[in-house]
Design a protein around this ligand. Sequence first.
Ligand SMILES: [Mg+2]
Length: 313
Amino acid sequence: MFVLDPRTEFIPTDLPAGTLYDRAAAAYLGLAVGDALGATVEFLTPREILSQYGEHRDIVGGGWLGLRKGRVTDDTEMSLALGRSILATGGVNAGAIAHAFSEWMRTKPVDIGNTVRRGISLYRQTGATEVARHDYDAGNGACMRCLPIALYTLGADPDAVEQANRIQAHVTHHNALSDAGTLAVIRMVQAGLLGGDRGHLKELAEALVAEDERYRYDRRRMENPGGYLVETLRAVFQALFATDSFESALVEVVNRGGDADTTGAILGMIAGAHYGLDAIPRRWLNVLDKETARDCKAQAIALLRASPHMSGA
Ligand SMILES: [Mg+2]
C-alpha cells in the first residue's frame, strides 16, 4: 500500500531487494540510453527528424555534436560526477560536488550548458558553491543530473530529500521553479523504484502542477522543447503518460526534437525506475558505451546501498 501525500515517503511494499537494485540500475541505464538516443536529434524539429531518420528509434550517434555511436553527453556525465562526489564523501556536500563538476569540466566535455559553465567558473574563481538566485533562469541543467540524489536519499525524510537536491542544484542553478520541477522528478523516480504504478507517478506530476501552474502539461502537445525546465517536463510527462512501455515512451519524447538528449535522459530515469531493466531494449543497452554502462550500474548499486531505505533508517 502507498501513502499518496507527495510530501511523505511512499511506504514501500515488500519489494525484494533484488528488484529494487534492478530498478535502480534501470533508472541509471535509462538515463544514459535516453541521453545517447536523444543526442542524435537534439535541436532538430519533429519534421526534420522525420525527413532525416524516419521515426528515430536507434542509438546511432552523430547529431550536431558528431557523437560516436553509444556515446552519452553532459546529462549522464554530470550525473556520474555528482554520484562520485556523494560516494567519495559519504554525503551530499556542496564543496565536493562543485569540485567534481570542475574536474569534469577539465575533461573537455563534448557538451556543456552555459549556466553550468558559469556556475563552475564562479566556483573556480571564488570558491563559491552556490550561485546567486536567478529568478528568470529555470534551465533543465540541475534536473538532468538529479538521479544520484533520488537513489542516495531513497527512504530519507522528505525535507532531507529536498535539501539534498537544493545543494546539488544550486552549485549551478538557483531557481525556485527549477528546484520544484527537479524535486518532482526525484519523487517520481523514487516512487518508480518502490513499485509505484502509473497512477502514483501521475499524482506526483499533478502535485507539481498544483504547486506551480506553469507546469501544466495537459494543453498543447509540446514539440521542440527548449532548455527551459517547464518545456522539458511538459514533453516528458506527456510522453510518459501517453505510452505504456519504456521503449515507446523514449521514442515518443526524443522524436519531439528540441533538447532531446535531456528529455530523453529525464524520461529515461523515471521510466527506467518504473518499468525495470528487462523493459530497456537490448539493442540500446548493447551499443551503449561500455565504460559508461559499467559506471552507471556500479553507481546505481552503491548509491542505493548507501540510502536510508536500504540501511533501514
Ligand atoms: Mg546533453
